[in-house]
Each structure stands twice: as C-alpha cells, then as structure tokens.
Design a protein around this ligand. Sequence first.
Ligand code: PLP
Length: 403
Amino acid sequence: MAQRPQFAGWLSDTNDVTATFLAAGQIPGLINLGGGLPEPSTYPAAELSALAGRAIEEHPHATLNYPPIDGLPALRDLLAKRFTTDTLHLTRDNVIITSGGMQALDLVGKVLVDAGQTITCQSPAYLGAIDAWKPRLPSYRPIKLEDDNLDLTAAFTGAQFAYTVPNFSNPSGRLVSLEQRKAIVDAAHATGTWLVEDDPYGSLYLDGEPLPRLLDLSAAQKPGPYDGPIIYMGTFSKEVAPGLRIGWIIAAPELIAALKTAKQGSDMCSSGLSQQVVIGAFEQGLPEKILPNVLATYRARRDALLEAMDEHLAPFYEWERPVGGMFVWARARDPMLDTNALLKEGLSHGVCISPSSVFDPEGTDRGGVRINFTLNTEDKLREGARRLAIATASLISKHRQAA
Ligand SMILES: Cc1ncc(COP(=O)(O)O)c(C=O)c1O
C-alpha cells in the first residue's frame, strides 16, 4: 500500500500524561482529584430546560438557523452592557461570542501567532491554552508572577501577547494582587503588547471581595470607547454550566474583526440555541441566583480538603490556601519526587492528580500537583488526600531504593 502522509509535526510533541489521565476515568472506585469540573448538582437544569424550550418556540430563527459568525447581536449587546462601567465603554463591536473559553484561546492564537513568535505566559499555565497554541508553534517566555525581581516591561517587549489568569489561576489557584494587576496593565500599555485576561473563575471568590479586572484598570487609563490592549475572555462554563459551550471575548474592535475572520474558518458560528438560552439565563439573573449555593458548596469542600491535607500531606508538600477558584497547587518538598510518576503511582492507590509537567509551557516541571476540590464530596476529598499521602510515601521509597 502507498505510504500515507505523516501527521502534522506538532502532534509528535505530546506526552503520555494526558492519555494516562483519560484512561483513569475507567478505574472503578478511583477518586479523581485531577480534573477541573464543576459540581454537576449546581447546574440549574430545570431553569435551563425551560429556557431552551422557550428559546426554540419564541426564536425558531435565531436558535435553528446559522447565527452570525460573531454571535447573536442580542447576546453581544447584553454582554457589552453587562461589562460597561463609568469608565469602560463597550458596544457590540467590542464583543465576539465563542464556543466556550477554549475557542477564545484557540482563536487568539490563530490571529496573533505565526510559527516561532513569542507568547509571554504566566507560569504555570492552563493546559488547555498550551494545547490550543501548540499548532501555532510558539516560543514561550514563561513568567512567574510571584518572582520579586520580575521585569514586566522586559517580559512583554516583543511578545505577540501576554497571557494571564488573574483570578485563581488554573493550576495554581493564585489571585493576582491589585498592585500587580496595575503593574501588568501598565506594562501592556507601555509596550503595546496585547494582554489576554482569561477569567473563567472571576465569579468564584470564596473569601473576600472581587478585585478589579485588568480590562477595567486599562479602561480607566484611557476613557472613551474601549480600544486598549486587553483581550478579556469570559465563559458561561464555571458561572453556570459548561455544556452550553458559550464563551466571549471583549477587546478592541480591530481585534474582534480579526477574530471573526478566524472563527469563520473554525466553526463558522456558535450554537444559536445555546446563545439564546444564555440570553434568557442572564435576563433571569440565573448566575446570581445559583452563586450563593455554588460558593457555599465549594467553600466547604476547599476547607475539608485543606484540613485533610494538613493531616496527611504536610510532610510531603507545601501549598497556599486558595481564596477562590477550584484548585490547590501543592509543591513537593522532596526535589526527587517526580509527579509524572506520581500520577501512575496514585492510580494504583485509587487516586488521580494532575502533575505539574502538563502546566509548564516548557514541559519540564516535575515537582508539583494540582488538586481539584469542586467535584468530590468532603468525605471523598478526605479519603483522596489520605490515598495521595500513601502513594507519595510509596513513590519516595521507590525513588530512594533506585538511587
Ligand atoms: C484558565 C481556563 N481558561 C479557559 C478554560 C475553558 O473553559 P470553557 O471552554 O469551558 O469555557 C478553562 C477551563 O477549565 C480554564 O481553566
């Protein structure tokens, strides 16, 4: 048989961690602390079902036809209004609807990055962003926001864009301080570099008051219709439910126009039915209605996990208490501990974690684990932490024997 053409080069640069992770779903009794899913019982199923029925009845055209590439005008208007403040002036020209936050990341890569160009990236970084940009063959300039000597202007200069998750980064759970938010925005304004503010967790403040968005800080510097460097990404996924696959980008009109061109060649349009349901959900105040229960559930789970980690995991790891989001980021005390190996060791002890290598744009970090606290009950979280301690001790003893 004639030889088939090879797959594109970027596909050869994958690791077996993701495959191991996906196969883990089949293991009976496994406690999965490795994912990043919301608690499904928080989804307002009855309300969304009623909205979906009504959406088709009342808007058969908008829901069943191909909607416009950049989204239903009513949803773009609604989001422009929702995000408008005294200093941030938005119109629908500042908004494009995407198929989830994932597509927002993909489209930004498509319109801004040619092979070899630089992305400045908060590190550790969201695995999905790294995956989305892989086919663009970028060169990464990772930055650690906790680094006291970080020179943001140097880090941004010459990059196509900088990427950050200021609210409870995935995986680190870190909240970027107000002072640092201002410094990041200043660096974007000074260098002209586009700045992606990826914000799926902005509604999930478990403690304290929300800090201003980079988008708001940027707009305050230059009043008038928004034309600045921030590319704000929002999503319905963590605020209400991920299955509708609706996200949005708010940015300068020239970037929105380029994103529209990219979206045309990507999926042409996002589901009109989902968009119409999201319009109804916002109009009914559904996100605000379910939020207290979501926060109470996640707060109790976070606290249960942290308590169990104090009890079982303190000899092996150190971590900070996240004040929101979905994750605890734990760093191994023993530099020998290889968390890629811990993923496999954990599975044999009935617990799954995410190893740090998949969140490292350069793929080399083996010293951390991301632990999710939103999907499992408090009892399961406690048991998961106990199993993780056993798996860690077992792996450390194997490493020592091999040394
Ligand atoms: C940082 C970050 N960005 C974007 C997304 C994409 O979310 P979705 O595509 O469900 O909107 C996620 C999902 O976990 C995330 O953690």
